[in-house]
Each structure stands twice: as C-alpha cells, then as structure tokens.
Design a protein around this ligand. Structure first.
Ligand code: T46
Length: 134
C-alpha cells in the first residue's frame, strides 16, 4: 500500500520547557511540491471524517495537536495509523480510501497536498472507488 510514516527533523534546545520546532520543505522532506496546506480543527472525540479517495493527489497528514486514527484502504488491504506526534507525518498516495477518526477533542490535522483543491479528483463513493482501482 502506498502509505508510509515520515519522520521530520525536530529541533530542540537543551531546555525541554522551550518545546520543539519541526520544519518541512517541498521536494526535500516530502517527495512532492507542496501546493496547498489546510488543517482541520475543533472536531470532537469520536468524529470520523474522510470517506473518500483521490485519483491523483498525494498528501502528508500531520496531527500537530492531539490524537487521530487514520485508516487507509487500497481495496485489497486496510492499514491503521495512530497520529499523535507532531514530528511525524503519514504519506498517502493516490488511490487510497481514507478515514480520519478523532481520538481526542480538538485534535488538529494539518495536511500538505501536492495540488490545488479540485473536487474532480475526489472519489466519494466506496463502490465507485473499488471499480476505479481495478
Ligand atoms: C483529505 C482529508 C485528509 C475546499 O474547498 N478546499 C480544500 O482545500 C479542502 C481540503 C476542502 N474544501 C471543501 C470541500 C468540502 O466542501 O471543504 C469541505 C470539507 O471537505 P471534506 O469533507 O473533503 O473534508 P475531510 O476532512 O473529509 O477531508 C479532507 C480533504 O478534503 C481530503 O482531501 O484527504 O482531509
């Protein structure tokens, strides 16, 4: 399945109370040019979003606050990832059905996308998705 975890470079000072800094550069820390950034927030624990796949879009999902479970499905197998570390991202390639479940109130999902928003690139019906990937 065309999904994997990316570990970003994390900068910390000697003082843990000062926190950490993560930076992400196009074509360097992610394998595509970042054309769009969006984020989802203010969702309650238990909420599930997604239920779609993309024909061409590649994305990296980062839970910058809280805890989110992401399930990826390529029509043959399903993989579940827990995102709860802002220094890690989940790459999701094209042709993957995904759901994102909030495991903590107000978790924030930051997404880096390889292209501009285009509703034509979405497959929002599961049976259509299964036919598309065959
Ligand atoms: C994805 C997951 C991880 C826009 O107008 N522009 C945008 O850039 C985006 C991302 C969405 N929208 C509109 C489309 C819908 O009317 O915002 C509304 C909510 O989008 P959606 O229901 O698709 O949101 P999620 O959280 O289910 O999915 C989003 C992305 O759409 C999707 O590409 O992979 O996050």
């Amino acid at each position: 399945m065309n999904t994997y975890i990316i570990e970003f470079i994390k900068k910390t000072t000697g003082n843990s109370e000062e926190g950490s800094l993560v930076f992400i550069e196009s074509n360097k820390h992610v394998d595509f040019e970042i054309k769009r950034v969006y984020y989802t927030y203010s969702a309650r624990n238990g909420i599930i979003r997604g239920f779609h796949a993309h024909k061409r879009l590649e994305q990296v999902l980062i839970c910058v606050y809280g805890k989110i479970e992401v399930t990826c499905d390529d029509g043959k197998e399903k993989k579940t990832f827990i995102l709860d570390d802002p220094s890690k991202g989940l790459y999701i390639g094209s042709g993957i059905w995904r759901t994102m479940k909030w495991l903590k109130d107000d978790s924030v999902l930051l997404v880096l996308a390889s292209d501009y928003y285009n509703e034509e690139d979405y497959i929002r019906d599961y049976d259509t998705f299964l036919k598309y990937i065959k």
